[in-house]
Write a protein that binds this ligand. Structure first.
Ligand code: UDP
Length: 319
């Protein structure tokens, strides 16, 4: 197929571009390099099936031209990372809301299938775990930037579902849980690349809060497999699906595993949330995906354990 990947120079986008090219698909990608990096796709520059545009999805004309060329749009271009969202709240809202509106409008114009990449942030600070797709969302005050990000992605989902219901546009919405792997940068807040870099430099590992909050980290290759299975599945049309791993770890345990794996002499430093992020910052205590829907729909199963994922990330950082 011919595919457009928005945000294709980002961490997840670049892995998806590679996987599509490996299947002999033709790939166009657009990225404004705001959080993506050219080096993520530089090795694909000469690939005969690959074309790229360095530009913003906020330019309707560019999105229109690209959408016209393809069969399917994977919409990953977005502001991501808890730290990035807190530092750039306005840009985050504009890219996530206006950008997605443009992508969906253009997809509808040409009646092209779209996959919208959403996030587990949608669930907010819900105590009920694991999170199933139709669970309630529990968000805090609008004065906390993190909930603005969560809300912007919820608007994206509402828009996509409205296009599906009213205009019969084929859309699939995937809610990605914590995704990690080679090429991810810690610059925007993501914990695994931050810990690995800190450990390799013998700097203290910055555990926020009491470190007893939990997450489930999924290797990007498993996420890409899930995405490719879903895009081929007609029954995924108009559906929202969780995608990730359900292997849970506390953040303190994660830090200890990174220390062990790297043989680092670093200490663990516990930092209060308000010092790490901002006054009033709220974190979710646990976040586990309910994967029953995607399991039953496409037989999805995450294959890479946290141990293996950490090994892959450490090897990547050493390189
Ligand atoms: N975290 C941490 N130290 C860091 C960065 C993050 O302890 O240097 C924590 C963060 O507070 C959260 C977890 O690790 O509880 C996962 O953070 P990340 O930003 O990777 O993802 P998200 O918060 O979106 O799950």
């Amino acid at each position: 197929m011919n595919a457009l990947v928005t945000g294709g120079a980002g961490f997840i986008g670049s892995h998806l571009v590679e996987a599509l090219l490996a299947r002999d698909d033709k790939v166009w990608m657009i990225d404004d390099l705001s959080t993506g990096r050219f080096e993520n796709i530089a090795h694909l520059e000469e690939h005969p099936g690959f074309q790229y545009v360095i530009d913003t999805i906020l330019d309707e004309r560019v999105v229109s031209e690209l959408t016209a060329k393809v069969d399917v749009v994977f919409h990953l271009a977005a502001a991501v990372g808890v730290q990035y969202i807190i530092d750039n709240p306005l840009k985050a809202l504009e890219t996530n809301i206006r950008g997605t509106e443009i992508v969906l409008q253009q997809a509808n114009e040409y009646k092209k299938k779209v996959m919208i990449f959403s996030t587990s942030e949608i669930y907010g600070k819900a105590n009920h775990q694991p999170c199933a797709e139709d669970d309630d969302r529990v968000l805090g005050s609008t004065t906390i930037s993190r909930w603005g990000y969560s809300s912007s992605k919820a608007i994206d989902e509402f828009l996509a579902l409205a296009y599906h219901r009213e205009k019969q546009l084929p859309v699939v919405i995937v809610r990605l849980f914590n995704t990690c792997g080679p090429r991810q940068t810690g610059q925007y807040g993501m914990v695994i690349p931050r810990f690995v870099k800190q450990a390799l430099l013998d700097h203290p590992l910055t555990v926020y809060g009491d470190g007893q909050q939990t997450r489930c980290f999924c290797d990007v290759s498993d996420v890409v497999s899930g995405v490719l299975a879903l895009i081929e599945e007609p029954a995924a049309n108009g559906e929202v699906l969780n995608l990730g791993s359900d292997e849970e770890t506390t953040i303190e345990e994660l830090a200890r595993r990174v220390l062990e794996l790297t043989g680092s002499d670093s200490e663990i430093e516990f930092i209060p949330y308000e010092k790490a992020y901002e006054e009033g910052f709220e974190d979710m205590r646990r976040r586990i995906p309910d994967l029953s829907k995607i399991r039953s729909l496409v037989g999805y199963e995450p294959r890479i354990s946290l141990a293996e994922l950490l090994e892959r990330v450490v090897a990547d950082f050493k390189r």
